[in-house]
Design a protein around this ligand. Sequence first.
Ligand code: AMP
Length: 407
Amino acid sequence: MNILVINAGSSSLKYQLVDFNSNKVLARGLCERVGSDSSFHKHGVDDNEIVHETPLRDHEEAMQLVLKTLTEGEHAAISSLAEIGAVGHRIVHGGEYFQASAMIDDDVISKIDELAELAPLHNKAALSGIYACQELMPGIPMVAVFDTAFFQTLPQSAYMYPLPYEYYEQYGIRKYGAHGTSHRYISERAADILGENLQDLRLITCHLGNGCSVSAIDHGHPIDTSMGFTPLDGLMMGTRCGAIDPAIVTYLMQKLDLTPQQMDDIMNKKSGLLGISGVSNDLRSVREASESGNERAMLAYEMFASRVKKYIGQYLALMAGCDAIVLTAGIGENCAKMRRMIFSGLQPLGIVLDQEKNKHRGFERIVSSDKSEVTIIIIPTDEEYMIARDTYEIVRAQRQIVRVQRD
Ligand code: AMP
């Protein structure tokens, strides 16, 4: 079955067409700056990639272009839309409604819409992607895969904030987590690599990219995660501050006469690596600046590493140890220096990085020393694969139910 995976961001639309039975990616691409005059489209089949600038007014236009490119011209991957068996949509917020991926129907759509209050840009963008597919590929089964679903089984003591209880009841103020699909993928892969059953393992999974989160996965179930009510909480990130003393927010708003939106912008877009270094949100540029003596860039580097280390410490305590620490995403997969700083000095806890194995970048491998009690594993994440797999399984199960009912 060919599955089209759609990841619609506020101004972007990423896609991947996967032949799930042979586990082959037939095409992938991206529409960027949707809704602006400078939008462009990248599309690739194997190593053959095209990029062209083209005005894309909204997600429906982007979706139209994607479907046309997939089926027509020299870069086509299939000959007609009938070859697409199902569509899987990445949805950022599933609130407390969704503990797993779900077949999209009117009820699911209205819940995604209702939850847009908690993730306005993302859920609205995902809905645009869903509506565009309904319009352009009527009748095709679609599945929603939620970033938050993996963390819906967190214990209540982990997901509640120590605020008046009624705010949870009335406004849904609680930890939802994010990057759930990535944490789920790397925890499953880690168990495969270790040749163990996931239910027998205690894992700490670290997604360190532009957005960053750490999770404690205890015998197959997440018991805590660093992102919270929104993806602003937890680690220091590219432009996000992560956890800070909440009193700073009201203090700065009063002191600088800031609106809630201005304060939100400061914490989401002007903080993190960018805010501290003053150089960039991109760790590569921060590293270059720090290596040429920029002290604020050096400080940003140290702050980032120390925050990851502190979460690892918290989760080691929560699970009374762990079997493996898994790293993924741009920084986790590629930055040997950051890994060195995160794991430095942890030998007394049985965590020893192998400096030689740590040197390389990007591919799936173990980087801990043979004498390390805790295995450190790098696993490039594959959220698209998980979305395709959930979509395949849900659509196949639905078809079986229909077949049984018919017989
Ligand atoms: P992602 O959001 O997963 O694309 O990750 C983006 C982050 O990964 C950015 O901060 C990049 O600077 C960082 N990154 C990517 N490649 C490298 C590299 N080779 N060395 C250090 N950081 C990297």
